[in-house]
Design a protein around this ligand. Sequence first.
Ligand code: SAM
Length: 287
Amino acid sequence: MDRLWDMGEIKRIMESSGFTFSKALGQNFLINPSVCPKMAELCGADENTGVIEVGPGIGVLTNELCKVAKKVVAIELDERLPAILGKTLADHDNVKVISGDVMKIDLHKLIEDEFQGMDVVVCANLPYYITSPVIMKLLEEKLPIKALTVMVQKEAADRLCAQMGTRECGAVTAAVRYYSEPKLLFKVSAGSFVPAPKVDSAVIRMDVDKKPALEIKDEKLFFRVVRGAFSQRRKTVANSLSSMLSIDKQTVNSAIVKAGVNPQARPEAMTLEEFAALSNALLEEMQ
Ligand code: SAM
């Protein structure tokens, strides 16, 4: 069904099904007709691609994805929605709705079961209460996907797409840049949703197949170093690491010298390569 962005159509669906928005599930549905076709166009899906959508709502983005992709699998937590989606997506025979929580679903298995022989991308207007955990799950699980295209709050988009070595970056920036090449695609005003959220949004794409070539000897330690350094962003990395990671100062200082990092550096001035070198040097110093 087209026109799922139309307020009159949304009201009609809500009245006939008794559906009401759930704030707890982050239900802000898109009512701007230009956003979903643009997301479907820019997410990298084509007739050989399978798309995973998180949170289809009443199917406004799903409908556009079905037009460009070979197959769409949409995961929806709200148990009231699959019945509605059965009607709104009735025009398409290349879509499957799975009832469940994206944080609990085995996505490796889903890809194996549903998308044999296809390239896979993720495309979603994410529920804001769970944006970072969903993105981190999708990246950390190292799924065989090409890209993630997601709508998030504008502020989150700025942090996720920030360059390392700038004031906007944080631990999540380093994680995203470790797993992918992120890019802010376009902004979306708060008035493009019903109910309208308090802040504007943006669509970003993380190209997983373009992740940087970094040599990291211990991934867990790398992330401990990044999180430890950014947990006290005004302190020097040397001071934060010894206090947050409970490593004695001498070991941290030797690692900093070995990695060629400025001992006075604050985390927001460091590159991803410097974090990698520092965690590798710390590993050697601690052995
Ligand atoms: N795609 C629709 C659109 O763009 O209008 C709805 C987007 S709305 C921001 C987020 C959707 O995610 C809602 O349908 C909500 O029920 C669903 N959702 C919330 N938490 C979820 C979870 N943990 N797993 C899967 N879906 C979830």
